[in-house]
Each structure stands twice: as structure tokens, then as C-alpha cells.
Design a protein around this ligand. Structure first.
Ligand code: GLN
Length: 231
């Protein structure tokens, strides 16, 4: 799935890896395509409308779930955005049907009464190896409300915006290398520090990646923060 230019996330990763001489290759996995759990460092699940999710969900469960589970167990990173995040959990309950998820994290999503949760969003996150809390800024647009099971930790704390359900104050989920978030934007071009952390984590590197000249990227981050009201 791909919505709100989520493919920009992949382009950003490709570019930043290339600038550092890190090899980068994308393999798309469409409906029916099996995944080899041994060959990929990073998995990406984009967002989608409810209709797209109905089309993808069963295939994710039947064809890809086991391989995804094996891959993250051996240390691959996984980033799932919005509709992808919802399918990372147990299920997404719509009014008239239940869309199954792969259950890699203990979360559940319900399309409850109430308006869609739309707008600019900023959250505060703490990640292993990154000093102090940092801000992620982006855009959210979801009808589903997601709740975390008792042992599960959110990706971050909402500074501005709705987050998982509009009232818990939590956004996303992170279990080790597996991350789910409602943040579009696309997310990574507006938060390159997070993209670099993701690459470092996916490659299992102890040291952070070499810095780049991020003047424009920092301006994009600042602009996304301003839009969310967190300068
Ligand atoms: N269809 C889902 C929802 O509305 C996810 C939307 C999205 O990916 N932007 O909650």
C-alpha cells in the first residue's frame, strides 16, 4: 500500500544510503509474492484506504506473516505507516467486517464512531542509542483508533495532534526493531534523524551513520514542526 506519497520514505532512504556509499535495493512485494526472511534488512508497509487494506490483509497474513516474523526475529527492522501500522496488529474492526492483521505487535484498531483524526502532528520519542527525547513531525489522517496491549510501548508521546486514538496521548508502537506509526508526511524526509536511526538499526550498526549536510532537511523538519505548532 502507498498513500500520501509514502513512497517518498523509500526514496529518502535510497538517497541517504547512496550519499554514504551504502548499497540500497528495493524489492516490492505485491499480492501473492512470498518474502525471503533472510535477505532483507528493512521492511516497509505503507498506508492505505480501508478498501486497499481489505485487499492486502489476507495476503499479508497467509503469504507474508511467517517470513516477516522470522525476519524481525533475526534483527531486520520494520516500519509500518498508518494502514500498514493497523495491519501490523491483530485486526482492524470496521462497522461490517473485521480485517485481519499479522499480529507482530499487540495492538488492535477499531473504526469507532467519530470524525477521522486528521492534521499535523508532532510527537516526542526516545530511541535506543539516541540521546534525549527527540521530535518527529508529520501528518495524520485515519478513521481507525488503535489501542496498545498491556505489554506494548508506544513509539512516542503526542505533543500536538491525535495519535493512536485521539485521547491516550500515545502515538504508534515500537517493539524493538518493529515500528508502527500513524505519521505520514511522508515521515522520513521530514525527520531524517529518524531515517538514519532506522538504517543504522536495520544494518545492526553500533555507531550512528556519518553525518550529511542536512541544511534543507533540517528546514523541512522545522517547517513540519511549525505546522504542528511545535517550533
Ligand atoms: N484506512 C485507515 C484508516 O482510515 C488508514 C488510513 C491511512 O493509511 N491514511 O484508519
Amino acid at each position: 500500500m502507498n498513500i500520501y506519497a509514502d513512497r517518498g520514505n523509500l526514496l529518502l532512504l535510497e538517497r541517504r544510503c547512496a550519499w554514504r556509499g551504502i548499497g540500497f535495493e528495493v524489492t516490492a512485494a505485491g499480492l501473492g509474492d512470498a518474502i525471503d526472511p533472510a535477505v532483507h534488512d528493512l521492511f516497509y508497509l505503507g498506508g492505505g484506504q480501508d478498501r486497499d487494506q481489505v485487499l492486502c490483509a489476507q495476503d499479508l497474513v497467509d503469504v507474508k506473516r511467517e517470513a516477516l516474523e522470522a525476519a524481525v526475529e533475526r534483527g531486520a527492522a520494520l516500519l509500518a505507516v498508518c494502514g500498514g501500522y493497523q495491519l501490523l496488529g491483530h485486526s482492524y474492526e470496521l462497522e461490517d467486517r473485521s480485517i485481519p492483521g499479522v499480529g507482530l505487535v499487540d495492538v488492535e484498531t477499531v473504526r469507532a464512531e467519530g470524525p477521522r483524526l486528521i492534521g499535523n502532528i508532532a510527537i516526542e520519542v526516545e530511541l535506543p542509542g539516541i540521546e534525549g527525547p527527540r521530535v518527529l513531525a508529520g501528518f495524520e489522517n485515519h478513521g481507525g483508533r488503535t489501542s496498545l496491549g498491556p505489554g506494548e510501548r508506544p513509539l512516542g508521546r503526542v505533543l500536538r495532534g491525535h495519535g493512536n486514538d485521539g485521547h491516550s496521548g500515545f502515538e504508534g508502537v515500537r517493539r524493538g526493531n518493529v515500528i508502527g506509526t500513524y505519521m505520514h508526511g511522508p515521515l522520513l524526509p521530514k525527520n531524517t534523524w529518524f531515517a538514519d536511526w532506522l538504517v543504522q538499526t536495520a544494518l545492526g550498526l553500533d555507531e550512528p551513520l556519518a553525518p550529511l549536510d542536512d541544511e534543507l532537511e533540517d528546514a523541512a523538519h522545522a517547517s513540519a514542526r511549525r505546522a504542528a505548532g511545535v517550533p
